[in-house]
Design a protein around this ligand. Structure first.
Ligand code: SF4
Length: 315
């Protein structure tokens, strides 16, 4: 498949910045919001203890003290981006915890508050696929009639044995069901996957990528698995029970995944963030720019791009 020109960028994949410029005609930034949500995989509803890589501390803001209101967080974020980068429009990004883990009426109050702010053109809501009952999906469908809406589903792996091992508290079927119930309602779907999960081979990762590539979704975030001190995964790493993926393996796997994704799928992320104070490994993971540059170089060396090896199934 030839390299598409609708990206209007100098990259070899369809990055979020270019997608926003194509969609809105100006720079758009996602403003991270911590609205105080917890997680059903920590309180016993879906599971206990959380995913094995999760530090459970939620946002830095929450650690400091009482959370500012959604409006206050939006205004602080807007001022930061305007000053630093001259942003024009914004998406309110409900990022911390499971951001649909509340009754519909409570959620509506929070999302309405975000969408009432000046120059906020939409919302992006990060959640778990086992936490989106139909009434909440219908709420997003209503918002999507007037706003730009993303629902971000954490999947991490399509393999149930891995989901069990990392204590995700849901299976692949639950994820596929959530995507099916969300699709074709005007809601953009972004799926999060992780590279480097314990016990996974390259083939396992590519199977996850192939499944994601075949779904009616609009975006993907590819994360690097991080070992953080105090998490079950961090403890396994400290004991020498697991190793971490190398930079070369990571870069090569990301490029293999990009090659099989549809060219219109928006690449929202290709690295991961972790708290510096509890960061253990991999040591190269903290230099995000160097990872992104290595991905660019690898695609260039392959003379390849997102979608280059996409298999189109006409049946
Ligand atoms: S779903 Fe998210 S917040 Fe909940 S335990 Fe897993 S990583 Fe942590």
């Amino acid at each position: 498949m030839p390299e598409p020109d609708f990206w209007n960028n100098a990259k070899r994949y369809y990055d979020l910045k270019s997608f926003f410029i194509n969609t809105f005609g100006c720079k758009v930034y996602k403003l991270p919001i911590d609205a105080g949500f917890t997680c059903p995989n920590r309180d016993g509803t879906a599971g206990k203890g959380g995913c094995i890589y999760c530090d459970g501390r939620f946002s830095k803001l929450r650690q400091i003290g009482p959370l500012p209101s959604v409006t206050e967080q939006i205004e602080t974020g807007k001022a930061f981006y305007r000053e630093k980068r001259g942003a024009g429009k914004f998406i309110a990004y409900f990022q911390t915890g499971t951001n649909t883990y509340a009754p519909r009426d409570r959620l509506k109050i929070l999302y309405d508050e975000a969408l009432s702010a000046d120059n906020v053109v939409g919302i992006s809501v990060g959640t778990r696929p086992d936490c989106v009952p139909d009434d909440i999906i219908y709420l997003f469908e209503e918002y999507a009639k007037n706003y730009h809406v993303w629902l971000e589903y954490g999947l991490q792996s399509i393999h149930d044995r891995t989901l069990k091992l990392i204590n995700r508290g849901h299976d692949a079927k639950t994820f596929l069901d959530a995507v099916e119930r969300t699709a074709n309602r005007g809601i953009n779907i972004c799926v999060h996957i992780i590279i480097g999960l314990p016990g996974e081979t390259k083939q396992d990762i590519m199977q996850t990528a192939h499944t994601v590539a075949s779904l009616p979704i609009q975006g993907i975030k590819i994360h690097l698995l991080l070992a953080l001190r105090g998490t079950p995964l961090g403890t396994l790493y400290e004991k020498g029970a697991i190793g971490m993926i190398t930079k070369d393996e990571y870069v090569s796997t990301v490029c293999d995944i990009l090659e099989i994704l549809p060219p219109e799928m928006v690449i929202q992320r290709l690295t991961a963030d972790g708290y510096q104070d509890i960061y253990l490994a991999p040591d190269w993971g903290t230099n995000k720019m160097s990872v992104l540059n290595a991905i660019d170089r690898e695609l260039e060396q392959r003379n390849s791009w997102q979608g280059n090896k996409l298999v189109i199934d006409n049946h």
